[in-house]
Design a protein around this ligand. Structure first.
Ligand code: AMP
Ligand code: MG
Length: 418
């Protein structure tokens, strides 16, 4: 890399769809690892899970009550024993008898019905039945919920409360899951200082790294903050090399524009393949995507722009889906809704503008349908992080005009639940 001067960028400006495609084609799932049940929440299952036995493994009762023979009708029965869950006494129900039984205890042999305690009373070892029992009442037969050999969960699903309960049910304390991508995050810039330190005149506090650590974690990946690189070739190179040696990918912010000290693109060009260096996007035009071969592995580097909103919006649109793919998630895209604008919105006539907005749902009693409206979060300058605050959507405003009329229908990418 030679001494740099300011010059217009020579990178072609590509469309957002093309950028997404290039990223999709050049990132891959990071691999699998064995994890334990308590580590499973939110992870992606990497093997098919089968039931090794039946569930329930024995005939059992769904209620607290008495195991009996339904054919005895409403006759009073002699109580000959008791079964509680987990403690199994040896007892057989015959005509005229009953066994006290608690939910989850195995059904004693001979019994063919369970009457719930609410329909009975006891009088000196005698059971008084107040409701005519029917065959099989309240019995959960062996294998009612799961049968031995049954496919319970397919590889590729996201593990949540129900899925983890099922894996435990089939006695799999450890299982294969997709490894979480480990992503390094670096801020760049001589003016950027660590919060908590004293910012001299001309300096500002690093905000991008903390936003990006949170955003990376929200995309199911592990985030490792590697600090702030100065605007020198050596300083930057050291941190980037360390990141690529130790982690699955790298997200940088700043230094990708056309300023004299915007060194990130030049350095990455030397180290790997630049797939694109500019996108027809506002905010986020200088977004850069690179892959670097390290020890036979191809690692992605996302060079995000420095302005906080540019960095977060380009992360949302391009890096998040990449990290989801690396982490094995099947669904990479956010839901998109058609929404009605609540006011006039000025926008770029040349670039695809992604406007931070608040989408609200409305119920229309006449049609019994919901419809959605959107208003922006105020001034949309790319430095104003407050424009992300409260936003649950990005409105995609395509080039062509510079203004969207009130009441227009536009696409809203939902970045939060509405
Ligand atoms: P750059 O692309 O490096 O020229 O940065 C563009 C703008 O974003 C400049 O005003 C930077 O000071 C600002 N900026 C860059 N990095 C960060 C950061 N980590 N946190 C907050 N602002 C930043
Ligand atoms: Mg900079």
């Amino acid at each position: 890399m030679t001494e740099k001067t300011m010059r217009p960028s020579t990178y072609a400006i590509i469309e957002p769809e093309e950028a997404s495609k290039l990223i999709y084609e050049n990132v891959a799932q990071v691999g699998v690892e064995e994890i334990s049940l308590l580590e499973g929440n939110g992870r992606i299952l990497a093997e098919d899970i089968y039931a090794i036995g039946d569930m329930p493994p024995f005939d059992t009762t769904a209620v607290d009550g008495y195991a009996l023979l339904w054919e005895d009708g409403i006759e009073t029965r002699l109580i000959i024993g008791e079964r509680t869950a987990g403690k199994v006494s040896d007892v057989t129900v015959v005509a005229g008898t009953a066994v006290r039984i608690m939910t989850g205890a195995p059904l004693p042999s001979g019994a063919n019905s369970v009457i719930m305690v609410e329909d009975t009373s006891e009088d000196n070892k005698k059971l008084i039945v107040r409701k005519l029992p029917q065959a099989s009442d309240n019995i959960r037969p062996t294998g009612q919920d799961l049968q031995a050999g049954q496919l319970v969960l397919k590889a590729g699903i996201t593990l949540n409360a129900a899925e983890l309960g099922l894996i435990a049910t089939v006695n799999r304390p450890r299982f294969q899951a997709v490894r979480r991508p480990r992503i390094a995050i670096i801020s760049t810039g001589d003016e950027i200082v660590e919060p908590g330190e004293v910012a001299a005149y001309g300096q500002i506090y690093d905000s991008n790294r903390f936003s990006l650590v949170a955003a990376v974690r929200n995309a199911g990946a592990e985030a490792v903050s590697l600090g702030i690189a100065p605007d020198t070739r050596e300083g930057l190179k050291n941190l980037v090399e360390r990141a690529l040696a130790e982690y699955d990918g790298l997200v940088t912010s700043g230094g990708v524009s056309v300023g004299k000290l915007d060194l990130v693109k030049d350095l990455l060009e030397e180290m790997g393949t630049i797939h694109f260096g500019r996108v027809n996007l506002k905010p986020g035009k200088p977004l850069t995507f690179v892959t670097v071969e390290v020890d036979g592995k191809r690692k992605p580097v996302f060079g995000l722009p420095g302005f906080p909103v540019s960095s977060l919006v380009s992360f949302e649109l391009f890096v998040r889906p990449a990290l989801l793919k690396m982490g094995g998630f099947a669904e990479l895209s956010r839901p998109v809704l058609q929404v009605r604008t609540e006011h006039v919105i000025k926008h770029s006539p040349e670039r695809n503008e992604f406007v931070r907005a608040i989408v609200t749902s409305h119920y229309d009693p006449e049609t019994s349908n919901y419809w959605y409206s959107a208003r922006t979060t105020g001034a949309q300058t790319s430095s104003r992080l407050l424009s992300m605050l409260g936003a649950n959507a990005l409105l995609k405003l395509v080039p062509g005009s510079n203004e969207i009329a009130e009441g227009s229908i536009v696409s809203a990418i939902l970045i939060e639940q509405i």
